[in-house]
Design a protein. Structure first.
Length: 861
């Protein structure tokens, strides 16, 4: 049964401040798995007239009293989602007693049980599942939290801030009291209770304060938290040097949990992490896992200033904390691992996810103006495009003025719930610049197209932006464009910077030599698509000689995308793909990159990795996704064939010796080695299977083990099943690795088709309540198995819809997120368009949650 009401969108323009302030909040938790009682004491003062409205969902009200007087039933109104108190004195103390059932809470919002422990998730609107409260980010208060629980089952009792008291309680129970001196909105509240292994360390801040750091993990997992701890200390130092931000509380804690809807959460002083983004060691985690852990640990830590000390006035301002914090974690990773490679990875992710979102039915501005369910707005646009806007701001202002604006923002808005306007105004005030036009980047959805047209002595840049859902007309936005003129022997100009403010601008070329190529949008200086008149020869030149690493990589991607688009067209019309000059030249340029001593292994591996099926679909109309997938396979095979003589020596040269290190250099070596193995596999090199098998059997790290398994699974045959079983038996007791085992199978062409996939959902290790497991199998199937998901018989879609609806009955947030995979339908051929529309209608007809209905409804249009 649904407790949520019919969709009524929330509007940015409806914002009004809350009519009370909360001078302090006390929460007293009597933790019991099936019936937890929460006593909430609010000391309030009135700021404007009207009743006091408190949000609440899925909890039972036991009593309400004002200044010690229990209210009679006629003195308040209670609905499924609200408690409304009518005659609240101007200054008073309100006490509310509620009860909830954490063991039955499958939404993973509010207070729930995961792996026998209590934990909470309150962002965005989960606190209302704990108690009646003004569950909105602009109501800040200081919290005191008392937790009482069974001592033997729940030896650790944690909440935000500093522990001020603890002791024994009757009946084998104990208690702890936590105080957080920094006023915060309730979405940053956290509580954890249970048994853990702990990893302890400490950090001395720039002003010399000693901060104990503790990471709480499953029994036996403490050694797997070493890398996260190291990343945390590096993040704390980096925030001091790069942004002048020091940690504020007396201690910092991180807890890992297995059941979690998203990645991780920045609760004040008590971050809670999906264990997949915290636990790693060489044998069980891939280099990508290490990289993600480093960036997410940094991200959540950085939120302490961008999100917690300065929070959001309302959820429309979500990018204020998320875009800024993603930008900060990207800059951190760039400093840790190399700026060029980091930029390439960030842009690749932006194009794959955010550009697709911006071009489809779910397109929305970085700051939306309305939503139905805020959980659905934790999107690539808010996060990744939000980060690009901050990056542009830095490019436009220069590093020094950017830092001045940040300092001004931290100084003037500390302790407040701010808006995007206030953020931009900080930069205006600190640097005396007019940034009013920049606000358009926050308001207009869609990816602008930057048209580049040159003649012998000048270049003309023109911007345009197509209509998106709900936004018909668009205005030009300020666009920083970094460019350079490249001749046949290298650059013939310095890097230039042009800011395009209006629709179009023409600038003189620094020197008008014939036979030069423009390298435009170096470092991806604005989040736009380029419409360039460059030809194959120009891209080949840039691939070989652009001094800007990003554009050197991007030239290869552009060539590969063009090849793949042509190949897809050929396959769609039943023609055999052919090796032509363009392909030969492209592979020669790849080869030159591979053999060059000037580029590092990470860069080479990125150059070898081809654009995804998603990227190809973006460049075409009404396309068959399985043809695009065949095109990718075919291109890999052609590259492998043409590099046949190079791959094996490369593979052998890159063999690791010595102890495992997760650092960027070692990871780059593995990435390139495994890319060459994959190409040997794709082209059925006679050595591919024996090498993959040997690597799989002898691997001492998960990157090598998993890469070998993937190559084997693509080669097919009996050895696949043997390797998969072996892998399962070896890792049966490590849930994070078993997620990988499900993922590998979800992404391969299963011999028994969709039945094999259904069988996997019946496997004893499959747990439909665990989001990580469901994402591993169902999410990867929809996003990374085009052959089976888009099977024209419709069985892939049937399977996927059934899984979404099943998930929706327990966890609407995760269900809605899965359903996002259907947003691609307008780019597909007519037959598949019709199939997916039927699926979306079926979802709408099944009585979905409000989360799922918003997503399915918008995708359907
Ligand atoms: N605020 C979290 C972040 O750091 C994301 C999140 C949102 C996690 C909602 C859980 C729930 O990005
Ligand atoms: Zn965040």
């Amino acid at each position: 049964m649904r407790t949520d009401t019919a969709p009524r969108p929330t509007l940015l323009s409806d914002y009004t401040p809350y009519n009370f302030s909360l001078d302090s909040v006390t929460l007293d938790f009597d933790l019991r798995v099936e019936a937890t009682q929460v006593t909430t004491t609010l000391s309030v003062s009135r700021k404007a007239g009207g009743p006091m409205r408190l949000n609440g969902e899925g909890i039972t009200l036991k009593s309400v009293s004002i200044d010690g007087q229990i209210l009679a039933r006629k003195d308040y109104q209670l609905t499924q989602t609200e408690l409304v108190l009518d005659n609240v004195p101007d200054n008073c103390v309100i006490e509310i007693i509620t009860q909830c059932n954490p063991s039955q809470n499958a939404t993973l919002m509010g207070l729930y049980v995961s792996g026998g422990r209590f934990c909470t998730q309150c962002e965005a609107e989960g606190f209302r599942r704990i108690t009646y409260y003004p569950d909105r980010p602009d109501v800040l208060s200081v919290f005191t939290v008392k937790i009482t629980a069974d001592k033997s089952k729940f030896p650790y009792l944690l909440a935000n801030g500093n522990m001020t008291d603890n002791g024994e309680a009757p009946g084998g129970r104990h208690f702890a009291v936590w105080e957080d001196p920094f006023p915060k909105p309730c979405y940053l509240f956290a509580l954890v209770a249970g048994d853990f292994d702990i990893l302890e360390d400490s950090f001395t801040t720039m002003s010399g304060r000693d901060i104990p750091l503790t990471i709480y993990v499953d029994r036996g997992d403490a050694p797997r938290a070493d890398y996260a701890m190291d990343a945390l200390k590096r993040s704390m130092r980096w925030d001091e040097t790069a942004f002048g931000r020091e940690y504020d509380l007396d201690r910092f804690m991180i807890v890992a949990v297995r059941d979690f809807n998203f990645g991780a959460m920045e609760n004040k002083g008590l971050n809670i992490f999906n264990s997949s983004l915290l636990l790693a060691d060489g044998p069980s985690a891939t280099d990508m896992n290490f990289e993600r852990i480093e960036s997410v640990v940094a991200h959540e830590y950085f939120h302490n200033w961008t999100g917690n000390r300065i929070t959001c006035r309302d959820w429309f301002q979500l990018c204020l904390k998320e875009g800024f914090t993603v930008f900060r974690d990207q800059e951190f990773s760039a400093d840790q691992r190399g700026a060029a490679v980091q930029r390439i990875k960030d842009v690749r992710a932006l194009r794959a996810r955010q550009f697709a979102e911006d071009a489809g039915p779910l397109a929305h501005p970085v700051r939306p103006s309305q939503y139905e369910k805020i959980d659905n707005f934790y999107t690539a646009t808010i996060y990744e495009k939000g980060a690009e806007l901050i990056r542009m701001l830095k490019t436009l202002l220069g590093a020094d003025d950017f830092r001045k604006g940040c300092d001004y923002y931290f100084e003037t808005l500390d302790g407040t719930a701010a808006t995007v306007e206030q953020f931009i105004e900080s930069f205006e005030a600190a640097t005396d610049r007019d940034l009013s036009q920049f606000m358009l980047w926050y308001e207009q959805a869609g990816t602008p197209v930057l048209d580049v047209k040159r003649d012998s002595s000048s270049v003309t840049f023109t911007q345009s932006l197509r209509a998106t859902p709900g936004q018909k007309t668009k205005r030009p936005m300020p666009m920083p464009i970094k460019w350079q003129v490249i001749g046949k022997d290298g650059p013939v100009s310095d890097p230039q910077m042009t800011v395009l403010n209006g629709a179009s601008i023409t600038v003189d070329l620094p020197n008008d030599r014939p036979d030069t190529t423009l390298s435009v949008l170096q470092d991806f200086s604005s989040p736009v698509r380029i419409n360039s008149r460059n030809e194959t020869g120009d891209y080949l030149r840039l691939m070989g000689g652009d001094p800007n690493s990003f554009n050197r990589w991007d030239a290869g991607q552009t060539l590969a995308t063009k090849l793949l688009s042509t190949l897809t067209g050929a396959i769609e019309s039943g023609r055999m793909p052919r090796v032509d000059t363009a392909l030969r030249d492209y592979v020669s340029a790849l080869r030159a990159t591979l053999l060059s001593p000037d580029f590092d292994n990470n860069f080479k591996a990125l150059t070898l990795s081809s654009p995804s099926v998603m990227t190809i679909l973006q460049t075409r109309k009404a396309s068959d996704p399985t043809a695009a997938a065949l095109a990718v396979d075919w291109l890999h095979r052609a590259i492998g064939d043409r590099l046949r003589g190079d791959l094996l020596p490369l593979y052998n040269d890159l063999q690791d010796s010595g102890p495992f290190s997760p650092d960027a250099a070692a990871a780059g070596r593995r990435a390139l080695k495994n890319a060459s193995l994959a190409l040997m596999g794709a082209s059925f090199h006679p050595q591919a299977a024996p090498l993959a098998l040997e690597q799989f059997n002898d691997a001492t790290n998960m990157t090598d083990e998993l890469s070998a398994l993937v190559t084997l699974s693509q080669l097919g045959g009996r050895r696949v099943d043997q390797s998969l079983s072996r892998f399962y038996e070896k890792w049966e007791h490590n849930p994070l690795v078993i997620d990988k085992w499900f993922a590998v199978q979800a992404m391969r062409k299963l011999p028994g088709g969709i039945h094999d996939l259904s069988d996997l959902t019946e496997h004893s290790a499959y747990d439909r309540r665990n989001p990580n497991r469901v994402r591993a199998l169902v999410g990867n199937f929809a996003m990374s198995n085009p052959h089976m998901f888009h099977n024209i018989d419709g069985t892939g879609y049937d399977f996927f819809t059934a899984q979404i609806l099943d998930m929706d009955s327990r966890n609407p947030q995760v269900a809605a997120r899965l359903a996002g995979a259907y947003e691609i339908w307008p780019k597909l051929d007519k037959a598949r368009q019709a199939l997916i529309q039927d699926q979306l209608r079926a979802i709408m007809a099944a009585g979905p949650s409000q989360n799922l209905s918003e997503i399915a409804g918008k995708i359907l249009g």
